[in-house]
Design a protein around this ligand. Structure first.
Ligand SMILES: [Zn+2]
Length: 469
């Protein structure tokens, strides 16, 4: 069975056949850089990170492009509030984005283009649309004429009448049809601007993705991705612009991830219902956030839940402990063989529209299998390699296990306002109390630590400690 992808365009699962054998071209709409990213962004980023990783795992040469929207009303307004130039604000949040992306363990795209670096390309598309009769100028603005594109609405599956029924229509005398959208906007006083055939202005939002995707990937290209909220109008408008300007199809497969919901509301800036990636990662491992997101199929909504994240945190610990234990048992040597059965199962699940919840079930079955072999003996190498291949494809295990587990212990202790040094000293004090048979003192130290969340374990090689679950 080949890889199948649910294509938003058809609403069906379709076998994935790239335009050029062995190569996949993929464009994903990035963020507007005016604030820190929230967990809704994390979901889109992790969804497409895993898709990218899996396409590479399948052996494709995957060319992945993800943009930054760095000129926009929200950026201009925020910059004005803060009294800084818009480009300075945008750069600050591009840097913040890169910090989050590194913390989440995202693979870097081949290109991360910024809208402001592609103004001539956008002007070129808009000019062609005007010449072809698909767009018109009105007082320094340029609008796309939706009635000029017979297929308008084909991605969202809605006709113009339906769209108008569902939209807030602002009366605008400059537009020929209420659903016409801006390709180019005349700049107001104090706004960033570029010279154009229609005077000084700046691009509308949608045109940048048409310009940047086709510049780096050609037209058509294979996969266009984004969050569900982008289907209409953003992606719909990209199709209209690009297909009219080039008289060629735009993107071949459309992939959209579902929302993250907080208390039953869509996670978005406008509701004020926001949890930043940074806030989540102060309390949970990046791998736990990743695992948590992957336990739901990317198309379905996720209800944000602290308990589920805590459960993912424990589950990630089990994966790392198992990989670490197997690595210690096997040492650095490996013949490189990979147990085929589990890896075939894993692949079958991901081939089915990137079904990560079922792929994770295969991973945890393999975690149990490796632990059984560690407990009872047997041929471990190929099973460990299968587990590693799976966890690396999902991006779940990115650090050496001993580093991850040590970091987690340190982070756990610091949440308890303790350091490793303090715990070590208390263990020594307790050992001293036991030597002089002061059992009351020894038990007191143990109980006080337990109260705080640190459990002491006495073994043949001395006393060790663990964080209570
Ligand atoms: Zn876009």
């Amino acid at each position: 069975m080949p890889l199948c992808i649910t294509n938003t365009m058809s609403g069906r699962k379709e076998p994935f056949v790239p335009l050029n054998p062995g190569v996949v071209t993929m464009y994903v709409c990035g963020v507007t850089v005016y604030d820190r990213c929230h967990i809704g962004h994390a979901r889109a980023l992790l969804t497409f990170d895993v898709i990218y990783r899996y396409l590479c795992f399948l052996g494709y040469d995957c060319r992945f492009v993800r943009n930054f929207t760095d000129v926009d009303d929200k950026i201009i307004n925020r910059a004005r509030e803060e009294g800084v130039p818009p480009e300075e604000l945008a750069q600050r949040y591009i840097d913040e984005f890169h910090r989050d992306a590194a913390a989440l363990g995202l693979l870097e795209p081949a290109v991360e283009p910024c809208a402001t670096g592609h103004i001539p390309e956008m002007i070129d598309i808009v000019s062609r649309l005007v010449e072809g009769g698909n767009a018109y100028e009105a007082a320094g603005d340029v609008y796309f004429a939706v009635e000029s594109f017979r297929d308008y609405g084909k991605l969202s599956g809605r006709g113009l009448d339906e769209m108008m029924a569902g939209a807030r229509i602002e009366v605008d005398d400059r537009k020929r049809h209420p659903m016409d959208f801006a390709l180019w906007k005349a700049s107001k006083e104090g706004e960033p601007f570029w010279d154009s055939p229609w005077g000084r202005g700046r691009p509308g939002w949608h045109i940048e993705c048409s310009a940047m995707s086709t510049k780096y990937l050609g037209q058509p290209f294979d996969i266009h991705g984004g969050g569900q909220d982008l289907v209409f109008p953003h992606n719909e408008n990209e199709i209209a612009q690009s297909e009219c300007a080039a008289e060629a199809p735009f993107a071949r497969y459309w992939i959209h991830n579902g929302f993250v919901q907080l208390a039953k509301e869509k996670m978005s800036k406008s509701t004020g219902n926001i949890l930043s990636i940074r806030e989540v990662l102060e309390r949970f491992d990046p791998a736990a956030l990743r695992l948590y997101m992957l336990t739901t199929h990317y198309r379905n909504p996720i209800e944000f839940s602290e308990e589920a994240l805590a459960e993912a945190q424990r589950a990630v610990g089990r994966v790392y402990e198992t990989v670490g234990r197997a690595d210690r048992a096997l040492g650095p040597s490996s013949d490189g063989a990979v147990e085929p059965g589990p890896l075939d199962d894993f692949r079958r699940e991901l081939d089915d529209d990137f079904n990560t919840p079922r792929a994770l079930a295969v991973v945890f079955e393999e975690v149990r299998a490796v632990n059984r072999l560690l407990d009872r003996g047997g041929d471990l190498d190929a099973r460990r390699n299968a587990l590693r291949a799976m966890t690396e494809t999902l991006g779940l295990v990115q650090a050496p296990p001993e580093h991850f587990l040590a970091d987690r212990r340190r982070a756990g202790l610091s949440r308890l306002a303790l350091s490793e040094e303090e715990v070590r000293q208390l263990i020594e004090e307790r050992n001293e109390a036991r030597r002089v048979k002061d059992w009351g003192q020894a038990d007191g130290i143990r109980d006080a630590l337990k109260e705080k969340g640190v459990v002491l374990k006495d073994g043949p090689s001395g006393t060790t400690w663990e964080l209570a679950e």
